[in-house]
Design a protein around this ligand. Structure first.
Ligand SMILES: C=CC1=C(C)c2cc3[nH]c(cc4nc(cc5[nH]c(cc1n2)c(C)c5CCC(=O)O)C(CCC(=O)O)=C4C)c(C)c3C=C
Ligand SMILES: [Fe+2]
Ligand SMILES: [Fe+2]
Length: 329
């Protein structure tokens, strides 16, 4: 077998190994110990994390995971495996050669170290790292970069590395989102609700310090709205998944849905473009929790538009990113 020209490492956030309080505790402990995610001084954060959060949060969050768990495990991982397989097949078809594709998680399994070892076993000397985050944030994309540096810290020799920083305005990404929304409308006899783009939030402070995430989210939404020919009143950008006491990016998804439900907005279509794969934050928080928020406040129909997952046009976008960023290799 000949040596591959390069390999691809797809990276997503991470997920517990099982929907149990123990597994969730292990996962949250690793995730929430990362300074890129929570930047509070350790003397302040450690007692809160270990004394409060890791004691009381896991049982509740494990129940939420259990409500979305599949026969293939956590949705984020199961969909990630399908993306990995489909991208490998697509690259082989387009490039006429086998390009190893591995899936890694910044936290939990499969780890960055394991994915790196598998690429090395495949003879890979050059790695294109493709974080599955269309919009850059220090809490996600930069955390992949740091995790990778830690994973390689003890290697006697390094692979050549390239890193896709973001693709929030890539025409193929915008096109895939717009197509998924059009298909969603068509599947419901052309009925259109007010369109909410709901992005995972970050603390407002991170953005004030220069994280471009909200600017990227704004741009993605504007480009999709433009591609669909939407007017200003037809859509809104909001942020979900708040954590902790400080202010996060606003407007908040849950508060907006309650306000809409109470002020005569009857139909909502909701999409979450920051998630390349459906996960707890979409299947439980958007599909279940926020639906209830809207309906209880007086709304009538609430329809969630799935993440791009392993749609053909999404895999096509990932393949295009790989081709562009591997030029010259
Ligand atoms: C503590 C602060 C958090 C920041 C900042 C944050 C940013 C951020 N996260 C994602 C994507 C995902 N987050 C997911 C779950 C999740 N996120 C946080 C906290 C922060 N996220 C927690 C504590 C959790 C776990 C669930 C919970 O305890 O509530 C997931 C889902 C993983 C899964 O297993 O399904 C994803 C994906 C982005 C894109 C982002 C900033 C841009
Ligand atoms: Fe998160
Ligand atoms: Fe959440």
């Amino acid at each position: 077998m000949s040596t591959p020209r390069f390999g691809v490492m797809l990276v997503n956030l991470g997920t517990p190994d099982a929907p149990t309080p123990q597994a969730v505790r292990r996962y949250l402990a690793e995730f929430l110990s990362d300074r890129r995610v929570v930047d509070a001084p350790r003397w302040l954060w450690w007692p809160i994390l270990h004394g409060v959060i890791l004691r009381f949060r896991p049982p509740r969050v494990a129940k939420a995971y259990a409500s979305v768990w599949t026969d293939d495990g956590s949705p984020l991982l199961a969909i990630g495996r399908r993306q990995q397989r489909a991208l490998g097949e697509r690259l082989e078809a387009e490039l006429g050669e086998a390009i190893p594709v591995e899936l890694a998680m910044t936290y939990g399994n499969p780890s960055l170290v394991d994915a790196g070892l598998r690429l090395r076993q495949a003879g890979v000397e050059r790695i294109l790292v493709l974080p599955l985050y269309p919009q850059f944030s220090r809490s996600t994309t930069a955390a992949v970069f740091d995790g990778l540096a830690r994973a390689l810290a003890r290697c006697p020799h390094l692979p050549e590395l390239r890193f896709v920083r973001d693709y929030h305005d890539h025409p193929a990404y915008i096109g895939a989102l717009a197509a998924s929304i059009r298909e969603h409308w068509a599947a419901h006899d052309g009925e259109r609700g007010k369109l909410m783009f709901s992005y995972h939030g970050i603390p407002k402070r991170y953005a004030d310090q220069g994280d471009p995430y909200p600017r990227h989210c704004q741009r993605t939404s504007e480009l999709v709205a433009e591609a669909l020919g939407l007017g200003e009143d037809d859509w809104r950008l909001c942020y979900q998944s708040r954590f902790g006491r400080e202010e996060w990016l606003k407007p908040y998804t849950d508060e907006t849905l309650k306000a809409w439900g109470g002020s005569g907005v009857e139909h909502v279509d909701i999409i979450s473009p920051a998630f390349a794969a459906d996960c707890l934050e979409t299947l439980e928080e958007l599909e279940e929790e926020n639906r209830e928020n809207f309906i209880a406040a007086g709304g009538k129909t609430y329809r969630y538009i799935p993440a791009l997952n392993d749609r053909d046009d999404h895999i096509g976008l990932l393949a295009e990113l790989v081709r562009t960023h591997s030029q010259g290799w």
